[in-house]
Design a protein around this ligand. Structure first.
Ligand SMILES: Nc1ncnc2c1ncn2[C@@H]1O[C@H](COP(=O)(O)OP(=O)(O)OP(=O)(O)O)[C@@H](O)[C@H]1O
Length: 254
C-alpha cells in the first residue's frame, strides 16, 4: 500500500531522515520507534506532504505522493491523528466527524443552497458514515457535546474518528496514547486493533509506549539519528543488539 523509498530530508545540515526505506502492506500495522529526535515525526510529515524531501519517493497504492501538498495527499487517502489533539473544540463530536467527510463532498454551492437532489442525498450518506463511526468508537453518549468539554482520552478517540471519517487508505497515528492514563490507553489499543481487524485499514504508528507498540504492531522499524537501525517483528527487534545500543545511547546522552 505505501512505499517509502530512500528518503532524505535535512534542515540546515541536520539530517532528520537519512536514507530511510520501508513498505506497509494492505493489512499491516507498522510501527516506527526510536529515541527523541530520531526522525519519526519527520517521516510522518514527509508522507503527509508537510515536508518535501530532498531525495527519495513516497507512493500510496501506486500513486506518487512525493512533493504533493497536504490537502492533495489527504484526498488520495492518507489520514492522520496528531500528538496534540487537533479538533475544533467548540464544535460537537458529530460536527468534528462531519468535517472528516470534507473530501467526499462532491456537490457544488448552488446545489447546497437549493438543498435539493444530490446535496441532500450526499448529506444523508455522509451522516450515515459518521453515525457508523460513532457506534464503532462507542462515542454515542457524547455525540452532541462540544469536544472541548470531553475527557482527554475521549477527545483522542474523536480525533481517530475524524481520521476514519475520511475512509482512508492509510492511517498515520502520531503518539495516540501520549498523556493517557492506563484505562484510556487500553481503550485506545482496543480501538486500534478493531480498526485493523474490522475496517482493514493499514496503519503506521509512532509511539513511545513500548508495551503498546510490541503488543499491537505486526512489524516495527527502529530509527536513530534519521537512520534505520532495524526492521522486523516485535520479537526480532527487541532482541537486536543495535536497537538496544540506540536506546542505551539515549540514556547516556540524557
Ligand atoms: N522544522 C524543522 N526545522 C529544523 N529542524 C527540524 C524540524 N523538524 C525536525 N527537525 C529536526 O530533525 C530531527 C528529527 O526530528 P523529529 O521531530 O522528526 O524526531 P522525532 O523522532 O519525532 O522526535 P520525538 O520523539 O521527540 O517526537 C531533530 O533533530 C529535529 O530537531
Amino acid at each position: 500500500m505505501l512505499r517509502f523509498e530512500d528518503v532524505r530530508l535535512s534542515f540546515a545540515g541536520v539530517k532528520a531522515i537519512d536514507g530511510v526505506s520501508f513498505t506497509v502492506a494492505k493489512d499491516e500495522l507498522f510501527a516506527v520507534i526510536g529515541p527523541n529526535g530520531a526522525g519519526k515525526t519527520s517521516i510522518f510529515n514527509v508522507i503527509s506532504g508537510v515536508y518535501r524531501p530532498q531525495q527519495g519517493k513516497v507512493s500510496l497504492d501506486g500513486a506518487d505522493l512525493t512533493g504533493l501538498r497536504p490537502d492533495k495527499v489527504a484526498k488520495l487517502g492518507v489520514a492522520r491523528t496528531f500528538q496534540n489533539v487537533e479538533l475544533f473544540q467548540h464544535l460537537t463530536v458529530l460536527e468534528n466527524l462531519m468535517l472528516g467527510r470534507h473530501h467526499h463532498i462532491r456537490y457544488g454551492t448552488l446545489a447546497a443552497i437549493a438543498w435539493l437532489g444530490r446535496a441532500r442525498r450526499e448529506e444523508i450518506a455522509n451522516r450515515a458514515v459518521v453515525e457508523d463511526i460513532v457506534d464503532f468508537l462507542e462515542l454515542a453518549q457524547w455525540r452532541r457535546l462540544p469536544v472541548g468539554l470531553l475527557p482527554y482520552g475521549v477527545q483522542k478517540r474523536v480525533e481517530l474518528g475524524r481520521a476514519l471519517a475520511m475512509e482512508p487508505k492509510l492511517l498515520l497515528l502520531d503518539e495516540p496514547v501520549a498523556g493517557m492514563n492506563l484505562e484510556e490507553t487500553e481503550d485506545m489499543a482496543r480501538f486500534i486493533l478493531d480498526v485493523r481487524e474490522e475496517l482493514g485499514v493499514p496503519m503506521i504508528l509512532v509511539e513511545h509506549d513500548m508495551g503498546l507498540v510490541m503488543d499491537l504492531a505486526d512489524r516495527v522499524m527502529v530509527v536513530d539519528f534519521g537512520v534505520p537501525v532495524a526492521t522486523g517483528t516485535p520479537a526480532e527487534v527487541q532482541s537486536n543488539p543495535d536497537v538496544l545500543r540506540a536506546y542505551l545511547g539515549e540514556v547516556e546522552r540524557a
